[in-house]
Ligand binder design. Structure first.
Ligand code: ADP
Ligand code: MG
Length: 677
């Protein structure tokens, strides 16, 4: 496969089917862009013209005598299949179908798309598209797209499931002076999906960082595997088009409704070490950082400024960030700065050079700061003031940027243009606002960790509860113990209470017909002794009989009444990613606030701890207002074990441990539900 991807990215000879000499046509733009690139044999194919761009036109690829590596197809949708067959006959093994009018327009188009996919498969053609913008390899100087006229050479690859977004990003990058290594507009993915391109790009020497825009993935585990392959070597940023939360089969388990598809995707991506962003602006900002060669997180920052306002704003943003910090300068740095700055200037971090700062003053300060090991990057803020020579300051910046990462934030309009030009000429780019850069630096630092391996697929349909006598031993095999003792008759009360020890007690009815016990008054809490238990038992019998006459009580489960924080640990199977373990605080926190975190199974212990820390209400567990923290370790063990159970028991569709009551000492599972088909 990778050889055919080679010929997609860098063909020696290429046919443009549907080429045109008429400005404004896609076939014209393609010809123009391909001809503007490196020297290669180009064969325009069309029925309408004799010569295009001085090249002889052929009526079909079959009329060309020389071999052809790659076909770029931009003819009407209904003609693509026959064109593709001719390509196969001509022994062409890679093709880009630019033409639209397939799956995206309805049933008819979908059929045509299936047809071309079948032809590609039968004749072993690596087919990109249809309905795509094309492909660019800036290093091979091959631009088979109508996205951008002259792509600049750079080190960032961009794979996009949206063509429109691809054009926007490329166009913007071009005007900002940012280059790309490769660009692939994935289109409808009739044949080649994002996966082979991810694999290719992971090993591509010219690509130092990867950006992806995704709307869907079809093979979750493989996707994660390749995402991980990329992040082993280079940063990967994914913008995922947010899918609205979908209810699904939520009737029987909480977990089902807590992990709608879109959120599972984001969690899974994070788990692969990819950086997940929600905003286009963030994707663009990462493109800037990467193109400057900043390929690793920069956590400890120094801020250099010539104005109070911008630096206060930057400082606030850094304080509010989850992972960044302002380096606290040691005395020695202070002393050094004092020597080169006027008395009014501030020598702490941020370093305020004040309004009349000249390029010499910037130079002196950068000389000091770039030599410090406790600074990972310098946020360089410049506002145009009366005395400011932005252009000269930009030159100073460029000079020192070789010594340490310096992130330019020249704020303003006309007066900063010359400075921005200097930056560009030297491979640097300007950020317009401090917030643009702080938010992406934060994300960058948050997701460098590599995570664990993957699960298996499976879709959920109608589910049934696994009965107690099977569920309890299964959970125990995985070290997860449902608390309490089961009783058949009231004669067993004394023995059961004795085995549990001190009260107060809780009893609940166990029945195949009762899903939500407390809704049916089948849970009684705070029972002090055997007598109270016996009485509560009778009440349950009456109430269950009254509310659900068809329900048969199999057993009564008696437990010690646990006091602590209620959390929920659950599992559901995602159609794309396989088993997902969900964690959240119990009660209103999950039901109303949907404050949950997710991981794809299997989950390692370390990962489970991170998952727990990730919920918004984590502080309620870690101890606020002098409270002792709960046993996070015990919770993490349950997550790990549930994830293993899920992988080894594909028949179990969903799991709800709700609640698990956790204290400083332990985590007690007081209610468990397992669902299978
Ligand atoms: P269901 O979820 O079927 O209604 P549960 O067993 O979860 O039944 O009980 C309902 C609620 O009662 C729990 O969410 C919890 O607040 C409380 N509860 C149940 N068992 C205990 C226990 N052993 N200790 C303390 N509270 C309990
Ligand atoms: Mg419950």
């Amino acid at each position: 496969m990778s050889t055919s991807l080679n010929t997609l990215f860098n063909p020696r000879s290429v046919a443009v089917i549907g080429a045109s000499g008429q400005k404004g046509k896609v076939g014209y733009a393609l010809m123009q862009n391909i001809c503007a690139g490196a020297q290669r044999n180009i064969y325009p194919i069309t029925l309408n013209e004799q010569e295009i761009f001085g090249l002889q036109v052929h009526r079909s690829v079959l009329d060309v005598h020389e071999p052809i590596d790659c076909a770029i197809i931009a003819v009407r949708a209904d003609l693509v299949a026959s064109v593709l067959r001719e390509c196969a006959q001509k022994d062409i093994h890679s093709a880009v179908v630019i033409s639209a009018g397939f799956k995206e327009v309805g049933e008819e188009g979908k059929k045509m798309e299936e047809q071309i996919a079948a032809i590609a498969k039968e004749h072993d053609i690596a087919l990109l598209g249809p309905n795509c913008l094309g492909i660019i390899d800036a290093h091979a100087d091959f631009n088979a797209s109508f996205a951008v006229e002259k792509p600049l050479k750079g080190s960032v690859a961009f794979l996009s499931q949206s063509g429109a977004l691809g054009t926007a990003l490329l166009d913007w990058s071009n005007s900002e002076g940012l280059g790309f290594s490769k660009f692939v507009s994935l289109g409808n993915e009739a044949s080649l999906s994002e996966l082979p391109f991810m694999e290719y790009i992971a090993d591509d020497e010219n690509t130092k960082a990867v950006l992806m825009y995704l709307e869907k993935v079809t093979d979750g585990p493989r996707f994660l595997e390749l995402a991980r392959k990329i992040t082993d070597k280079k940063p990967l940023v994914i913008l995922h088009a947010g899918k609205s939360a979908r209810g699904g089969s939520a009737v029987m388990s909480h977990t089902g409704s807590l992990a709608p598809e879109g959120t599972v995707f984001s969690s899974a991506c994070k788990q692969s070490g990819a950086i997940v962003v929600n905003k286009l602006a963030e994707l663009f900002s990462f493109a800037k950082l990467f193109s400057m060669g900043f390929l690793t997180p920069k956590r400890r920052l120094a801020v250099v400024t010539n104005g109070g306002g911008p630096s206060i704003n930057a400082t606030d943003l850094i304080d509010l960030s989850e992972s960044l910090e302002l380096t606290v300068f040691p005395r020695e740095t202070w002393e050094e700065l004092k020597k080169v700055l006027p008395p009014m200037a501030s020598v702490g971090n941020p370093v305020d050079l004040i309004g009349d700062a000249s390029s010499l003053r910037y130079d002196a300060v950068l000389k000091i700061l770039t030599a410090k090991n406790d600074i990972d990057a310098i946020l360089f803020l410049v506002t145009p003031q009366m005395m400011t020579d932005e252009e000269a300051i930009a030159r100073v910046l460029v000079m020192h940027a070789k010594e340490k990462p310096i992130i330019p934030v020249f704020m303003g309009g006309k007066s900063i243009e010359p400075a921005v030009k200097v930056l560009r000429e030297n491979g640097l780019v300007n950020f317009v606002f401090p917030s643009d850069v702080v938010s992406v630096l934060d994300l960058f630092t948050l997701y460098p960790e590599k995570k664990n391996v993957l699960g298996v697929g499976g879709a959920s349909t109608r589910l049934a509860m696994v009965p107690m006598e099977e569920m309890r031993p299964l959970l125990s095999t995985y070290g997860v113990y449902l608390d309490g003792a089961l009783m058949r008759t009231k004669e067993e009360i004394n023995d059961a209470l004795w085995s549990i020890g001190a009260g107060p007690f809780v009893i609940k009815a166990i029945s195949k017909e009762l899903v939500h016990k407390s809704d049916l008054h089948a849970v009684k809490v705070n029972l002090s002794d055997a007598k109270a238990v016996e009485q509560a038992w009778s009440e349950i019998e009456t109430e269950v009989h009254e509310h659900s006459p068809n329900a048969h009580i199999d057993d009564i489960l008696v437990q010690r009444m646990s006091r602590g924080k209620e959390v929920i640990i659950g599992m559901k199977r995602d159609a794309v990613f396989g088993p997902i373990v969900v964690f959240g605080l119990g009660g209103i926190f999950v039901e109303i606030l949907k404050d949950v975190s997710m991981r794809v199974a299997p989950v390692s212990k370390q990962e489970a701890i991170r998952q727990i820390q990730e919920i918004k209400g984590y502080e309620l567990l870690s101890g606020i207002r002098g409270e002792a923290p709960v046993n996070i370790d015990a919770l993490a063990d349950i997550i790990v074990n549930i994830s293993r159970l899920a992988l080894e028991h594909p028949e179990v569709e969903e799991i709800d441990l709700n609640p698990v009551i956790v204290t400083q000492e332990r985590a007690v599972v007081v209610d468990a539900r397992l669902m299978r088909k």
